[in-house]
Design a protein around this ligand. Structure first.
Ligand code: AMP
Length: 183
């Protein structure tokens, strides 16, 4: 067991391993780059340990990882929960029959897909991504789970851009668990 003050120190350490790249991939975006964290084995270990904590003893059947940075810790989180891993991908990347969900962007829309046999009705699911901004991507993944009759037990993120209030958008579906809140 780690104490609250130890956890605070660890979170500061993790935050120090996240790099902000201004104006990437386009002007005005402060891109949160987790590659320094991935390159540090101690940071990877702590991240995995803290991500799993909220979902222990919650009888999770599947962890969904969002393409593509949700594929980095998603399978590890699934393994630690003795759950299966499901990839949610951008359109036309999955080989089998899919369900799809469209969501609003600032300009236009985007779509995510999941295999139609990925989970069965009643499955208990955690949705994971590296970062939540507006919550559009995670909300669309929740819609896919709903289409197949699954239950979203919670959302899991490493980083939350709090000023965009994405978590508030997801609150009506399930609670969100974030390690590092920025802004
Ligand atoms: P959203 O749907 O607005 O919550 O955006 C979340 C998705 O976009 C995640 O898959 C993130 O990896 C990516 N994303 C959005 N904003 C950023 C950012 N500032 N830095 C890194 N990734 C981001």
């Amino acid at each position: 067991m780690i104490s609250n003050s130890e956890e605070e120190e660890i979170l500061k350490f993790l935050e120090s391993n996240i790099r902000t790249i201004p104006d990437f991939p386009k002007a005005g975006i402060q891109f949160k780059d987790i590659t320094p964290l991935l390159g540090n084995p101690l940071a990877v270990k702590h991240t995995a340990q803290l991500l799993v904590k909220p979902f222990l003893n919650q009888h999770i059947d599947f962890v969904i990882g969002m393409e593509s940075r949700g594929f980095l810790f998603g399978p590890k989180l699934a393994m630690d929960l003795k759950a299966g891993f499901i990839p949610v991908r951008k359109p036309n990347r999955l080989p089998y029959k899919t369900v799809r969900s469209e969501y609003e962007l600032e300009y236009g829309t985007d779509t995510v897909e999941m295999h139609e046999d990925a989970l069965s009705s009643g499955a208990r699911v955690v949705i994971h991504d590296d970062l939540i901004a507006t919550g559009g991507t995670a909300g669309a993944a929740a819609d896919l789970v709903k289409q197949l009759g699954g239950e979203v037990v919670g959302f899991s993120f490493i980083i939350e851009l709090s000023f965009l209030q994405g978590v508030q958008k997801l609150d009506k579906i399930a609670s969100s668990h974030t390690l590092i809140k920025i802004g």
